[in-house]
Design a binder for this molecule. Structure first.
Ligand code: KIV
Length: 268
């Protein structure tokens, strides 16, 4: 029997029932298959693609074309999980019309079921317009990597009383604009708890502590495939870099010493 797709209604229901949501990023078919089989609620095709797959400095350079291309691979693999396309830098900031058009491309061309945008009050008008165009939107506040230059680096946000009030306010504004969930990145856990208790929509934490309604991490971080830096909030569940390195070394050695291919891999 085919699995039924996770929808935004399941997100709201899980929060109401006090059940946690699990999300991870993926950028291609084989990893998206693994995530889907493992039963995550949603797969985020994050603009972290820029750093962990494309090898770039930050998330700013990745383009709409590249994001849509990778979203299509993930959508092809996901039979049950919701697929969320992460809108890249400058694909939604410039105007409401451009935001709706680009968000729509994730659904129409990429096969996604929702999109994610970074930012607070300044993006609420765009969120509202996308939702009006029947495009479910996940919002994202706190440490917003597309604003790395404005923030002066990747530091924990919401430490001062003023910053905490602003984040509380922005969370409410984004919920009112129609966002179906809200990513909270790198903020103190007590603040994340307050926001989660205030909102009806689920909060998805990344470096925001255990009181969020769900958690998301970058797949390449938890599998040990991204080495440039490991944020404090990451837990490594595997070291695939090591496993892959050993496999490739063994292949090279066996070809060099003549033990591969053997009879088993040869035709008579
Ligand atoms: O791009 C990304 O991977 C994200 C995170 C929330 C994981 O935005």
């Amino acid at each position: 029997m085919p699995n039924t797709r996770v929808t935004i209604n399941d997100f709201l229901r899980k929060k109401a029932e006090g059940r946690k949501l699990t999300l991870l990023t993926a950028y291609d078919y084989p990893f998206a298959r693994i995530l889907d089989e493992a039963g995550v609620d949603a797969i985020l095709v994050g603009d972290s693609l820029s750093m962990v797959v494309q090898g770039l400095e930050n998330t700013l350079p990745v383009t709409m074309e590249e994001m849509v291309y990778h979203t299509r691979m993930v959508a092809r693999a996901a039979e049950r999980a919701m697929v969320i396309g992460d809108m890249p830098f400058l694909s939604y900031q410039t105007s409401v019309e451009e935001a709706v058009r680009n968000a729509g491309r994730f659904l129409k061309e990429g096969g996604a079921h929702a999109v994610k945008v970074e930012g607070g009050a300044e993006v609420s008008e765009k969120v509202r317009a996308m939702v009006r165009a029947d495009i479910p939107v996940m919002a994202h506040i706190g440490l917003t990597p597309q604003a790395v230059h404005r923030m002066g680096g990747y530091s924990v946000q919401g430490r001062s009383e003023e910053a905490q009030q602003r984040l509380m306010e922005e969370a409410r504004i984004l919920q009112d604009a129609g966002a179906f969930s809200l990513v909270l990145e790198a903020i103190p856990m007590e603040l994340a708890k307050r926001i989660s208790e205030t909102l009806v929509i689920p909060t998805i934490g990344i470096g925001a502590g255990p009181h969020c309604d769900g958690q998301v991490l970058v797949l390449h971080d938890i599998l040990g495939l991204f080495e440039r830096f490991v944020p404090k909030f990451v837990k490594r569940y595997a070291n695939l870099k090591e496993d892959a390195l050993n496999a490739v070394r063994r292949f090279r050695e066996e070809v060099e010493d003549g033990s591969f291919p053997g009879e088993e891999q040869s035709f008579k």
